[in-house]
Design a protein around this ligand. Sequence first.
Ligand SMILES: [Zn+2]
Length: 130
Amino acid sequence: MGAITRAEDFYRPPPTLDPAAWDGDAPAERVIRWTEHHQQRRITTDPAAQAGELYARINHSRWVADCTCGSAQIVTPADPRMWCVVCGAGWWSLVFPADIDAVEESLAALPVIERNWWAVADPVFPTLEV
Ligand SMILES: [Zn+2]
């Protein structure tokens, strides 16, 4: 695990299962297994459903992406896509920075709460300008 938490670090099987139980699932799909277990419901996905493009960002030392429905989940550059487990909009394609290691390294010495990063090109990049 690097300095920044990724989906495959966070969405782990519960203690009642073998720790390797979800190793066969793609990293972007582990949130689906995790949500099914914690919310005790089935989530269906459609491989052909494409939702569009979202920028990944770092929030409190976690790679996250924000769905247009207002939900967010932890994501990973190892599998840059996201199925929103709240609204099921489709598979979002995620944009990560070209040099992920450099971005993570630039935050590594900061306290967890200050490890935040946004892509400047992200249309929802926060600004203090009015
Ligand atoms: Zn959503």
